[in-house]
Design a protein around this ligand. Structure first.
Ligand code: ZN
Length: 87
């Protein structure tokens, strides 16, 4: 498996080389790919999670978990651009 983005594996190679994005929140790979969600600072969020975010109440713990994950993505990606050593 090869990744086209170096920092995080956003796109998943499936069925003979088709690249589909993997949602950073639920880790699902939507069948319609990028059409089923949106990219946020280079990371993919599927439409299912987008809907959850829009419909969840702000005092719902599930909402807080998702917002924290999104914050990690938004602020983490800026930080990790200089320190990407994982090996
Ligand atoms: Zn998702």
């Amino acid at each position: 498996m090869r990744s086209i983005l170096k920092k995080e594996q956003v796109f998943e190679e499936v069925n003979g080389g088709i690249l589909l994005p993997r949602c950073i929140l639920c880790k699902e790979v939507p069948k319609l790919g990028i059409a089923e969600g949106f990219l946020l600072t280079g990371q993919f969020v599927c439409s299912g999670c987008e809907q959850k975010l829009l419909t969840l109440n702000y005092d719902d713990p599930a909402y807080n978990i998702m917002v924290h994950k999104l914050k990690d993505v938004i602020y983490g990606s800026k930080k990790s651009s200089k320190q990407v050593r994982k090996e």
